[in-house]
Design a binder for this molecule. Structure first.
Ligand SMILES: Cc1cc2nc3c(=O)[nH]c(=O)nc-3n(C[C@H](O)[C@H](O)[C@H](O)COP(=O)(O)O)c2cc1C
Length: 189
């Protein structure tokens, strides 16, 4: 598949379509090598990533469940259990963290945040390029202080979500995309 085809046919693959089998380190090596090519004004490298694999996913699930209970002490047990199981749906979960330098001489925080976002996008795209499936998900756990603390996210950092990666159970089709003409105008004067 050429590069344009890869982008045009890109499709997120949700965790329910991921096989349980772990990914090999070589695949993650390729994915992360692509991740850190994101355009980066001032070469700040305003990102870091935490992989959560194997049994560590159980611990993250416990943290998600603890956080859900703290957010809503009256929640039905089923609701809490749903959060506990979230990290177990895919063999590899990657926390995407933006590390912003507030007073950088070249790149204001918004540019650094864009770089971290593009790095996360690279991760999803690279996964597809090597035949894997990935999706970027946030939800309440991402914005929860208990989850952030457990992952060691510092006050100067921002947890941008979790990329779930796995071997897809079946082929997936690109969703219908908007017509680009609805978003592009020409400025003539
Ligand atoms: C920062 C970010 C957070 C997201 N969080 C969620 C989420 O929590 N739940 C969800 O269903 N989709 C979420 N999405 C959207 C999915 O990643 C995905 O883009 C969407 O399902 C559409 O599929 P597509 O990427 O194939 O177009 C998020 C996307 C981004 C960029």
């Amino acid at each position: 598949m050429d590069a344009l085809d890869l982008i045009v046919k890109r499709a997120s693959v949700p965790p329910r379509l991921h096989e349980d089998s772990d990914l090999d380190d070589a695949a993650l090596d390729q994915i992360f090598a692509a991740t850190v090519t994101a355009p980066d004004h001032g070469l700040v490298r305003p990102y870091r990533f935490i992989t959560i694999r194997g049994a560590a996913r159980n611990r993250l699930g416990d943290v998600f469940a603890e956080a859900a209970l703290m957010r809503n002490p009256d929640a039905e047990p089923g609701v809490i259990e749903k959060d506990r199981l979230k990290p177990l749906r895919s063999p590899v979960v990657v926390a995407v963290i933006a590390c912003i330098t507030p007073d950088h001489p070249k790149a204001p925080p918004v540019e650094q945040m864009l770089t971290a976002g593009m790095a996360g996008y690279n991760m999803v795209l690279a996964a597809q390029a090597i035949g894997l499936g990935g999706i970027w998900l946030t939800g309440a756990p991402t914005y929860d202080a208990h989850v952030q603390a457990a992952l060691g996210v510092q006050a100067s950092e921002e947890l941008l979500g979790f990329v779930y990666l796995g071997q897809p159970k079946r082929d997936f089709k690109a969703p219908r995309r908007p017509d680009w003409r609805d978003f592009v105008t020409s400025w003539d004067e």
